[in-house]
Write a protein that binds this ligand. Structure first.
Ligand code: PEP
Ligand code: MN
Length: 263
């Protein structure tokens, strides 16, 4: 079902009035984690003013250490809903566990499956049945074939609204957090009709390199971007080093407009 042979044209995923995989690119931006009302609303306003159409923010965070900030849970989801109300932005947020699927689906416009859960097949099936578009991140050690087969689990449940997200893979390189595999954009476009977006923030892990790789991703034909933006990156509870300031995000959006039509 994920194969290009299965469909005549590209899949366009509708999120309210937005069309992902259509003629324009969409930028999903916001903090790694929802931390407070002030932080989220500041981030939301900044990314909306710069031209993003979708607000990202984790309320349930898959942290490497159990002692790191784990997210505000439903309180965070409520803040995301409030930010949507104030800005008109759609919301994408991660669902980590079938036990919290109902509550996440009540608030989210797009359900995100994180890299760590790409092959959590039970979760994939459950999330597919929630009846919302799914953003499926590539596992950090997943081949493109494995990633497309993970998408197949969602499609096979009858949910055709799958957006793929390349977010970097593990290699021997240690200077960057992961290695951005931009070839995945072209390869996925060749093999599949599904839209594919790029997350340069998690791929690289250092804010300085987010802008050039975001531009490269759009030039390579990505249908959109997922970018971490924090009003005060130095104070972020999660992924501050890779987060853009609102000012740097605005500069990025202006440069993108020279490469592709940004919604
Ligand atoms: C995220 O986008 O918040 C995230 C945890 O990313 P990934 O699953 O790609 O590591
Ligand atoms: Mn993050």
């Amino acid at each position: 079902l994920a194969s290009r042979a299965y469909m005549d044209g590209p899949t366009v995923v509708k999120v309210g009035d937005l069309e992902i995989g259509g003629d324009t690119i969409h930028v999903m931006a916001g903090p790694c984690a929802v931390e407070s009302k002030e932080q989220l609303l500041q981030a939301a306003q900044a990314v909306r003013n710069a031209g993003a159409t979708i607000l990202r923010g984790g309320a349930y965070k898959p942290r490497t250490s159990p002692y790191s900030f784990q997210g505000l849970e439903e309180e965070g989801l409520k803040l995301l809903a409030e930010a949507r109300e104030q800005t008109g932005l759609a919301i994408v947020t991660e669902v980590m566990d079938p036990r919290t699927l109902d509550v996440v689906a009540r608030y989210a416009d797009i359900l995100q499956i994180g890299a760590r859960n790409m092959q959590n097949f039970f979760l994939l099936r459950e999330v597919a049945r929630a009846g919302k578009p799914v953003l499926l991140k590539r596992g950090s050690s997943a081949t493109i074939e494995e990633w497309l087969l993970a998408a197949e689990y969602i499609l096979a449940e009858g949910n055709r609204d799958v957006i793929l997200c390349e977010r970097g893979i593990r290699t021997f390189e240690e200077y960057t957090r992961n290695t951005l595999d931009l070839t995945a954009v072209s390869v996925v476009k060749h093999l599949s009709h599904l839209p594919v977006i790029v997350d340069p923030s998690h791929a690289i892990g250092k804010w300085r390199f987010v802008e050039p790789m975001a531009r490269a991703a759009v030039a390579a034909g990505a249908d959109g971007l997922l970018v971490e933006v924090h009003p005060k990156p130095a104070e972020a509870l999660c992924d501050g080093p890779q987060s853009l300031t609102p000012q740097n995000f605005q500069a990025l959006m202006q440069k993108l407009a020279g490469i592709a039509a940004v919604m």
